[in-house]
Ligand binder design. Structure first.
Ligand SMILES: [Fe+2]
Length: 257
């Protein structure tokens, strides 16, 4: 029926949430029709409006909760940045490249979102590692290295307790596994390692290679690309390492134009 059609009867039910009108359901019977709204129609519409109200309320709560969770994760990362100065800016850059890889792998929206947040907070467990070890300019002792290697488990432990973030906790646990099985904490190899964890391993390593550390200077992008290609199939998933190298080569190409 068009807006200009003459109407014989209308049944309008308001949609409300917390006393606020957010819409209305509107059914019309055109002029000339022999139909009439019955009491049952009115009841059905009221029930339908209740379902709409509930659905709207659920969406509002879900959005509020999601925003809250995102803020909470950002605050956690800020805390880590104060604790470990080498983390500053690291999470954002890694998450930025993880999104680009997800796009090229055509991951769905839900998987991409999980990957983004897992990348963003994967090192949060470093909060439990003493600052002197994180910023030590010399070679780490065996004991110090053992402590550093605990951070994926600590990250997992922190996140595992948050309802709805269980998948992210698993992704984080495995971000230091290596394609050839020599990584930690579980020594998983190849496709045993969750795909998002393999992506984090690549973007994380790239970020580390191209940042200054107390014990070595940062690599240039060209050198990092060579390293990514070299370590594809040993340290990294070869497909993901190749995608990352291609993304970086395209960026370099653009910047030279
Ligand atoms: Fe890490």
């Amino acid at each position: 029926m068009t807006l200009s059609s003459p109407i014989a009867e209308s049944l309008i039910v308001p949609l409300r949430w917390e006393g606020q009108l957010f819409g209305q359901l509107d059914l019309d019977i055109p002029l000339g029709s022999t139909d009439h709204f019955t009491d049952t129609d009115v009841e059905t519409m009221k029930n339908f409006a209740r379902v709409c109200d509930a659905f709207h309320a659920l969406r509002v709560y879900a959005r509020k909760e999601e925003t809250f969770l995102e803020k909470l994760l950002s605050v956690l990362m800020k805390a880590l940045e104060y604790h470990d100065r080498y983390t500053r800016g690291h999470s954002e850059t890694s998450a930025f490249y993880a999104l680009q890889i997800a796009h090229r792998l055509r991951l769905g929206p839900e998987a991409t979102k999980k990957l983004y947040w897992a990348t963003f907070i994967h090192d949060v467990g470093k909060i439990f590692i003493p600052q002197e070890i994180l910023s030590k300019p010399d070679k780490l002792s065996e004991e110090e290295y053992r402590l550093i290697k605990l951070h994926p488990l600590k990250s997992e432990e922190l996140i595992r307790g948050v309802e709805g973030l269980e998948d992210i906790a698993t992704i984080i646990r495995h971000h230091h596994e290596r394609w050839d099985g020599t990584g930690y904490p579980d020594g998983l190899r190849g496709e045993e390692i969750p795909l998002p964890s393999r992506i984090i391993a690549v973007v994380d390593a790239f970020e580390a290679m191209t940042s200054d550390r107390p014990y070595r200077r940062a690599l240039g992008i060209d050198e990092a690309i060579t390293e990514l290609r070299r370590a594809g199939g040993t340290q990294f998933d070869p497909v993901i390492a190749k995608i990352m190298a291609t993304i970086l080569e395209e960026e370099l190409e653009k910047s030279r134009k």
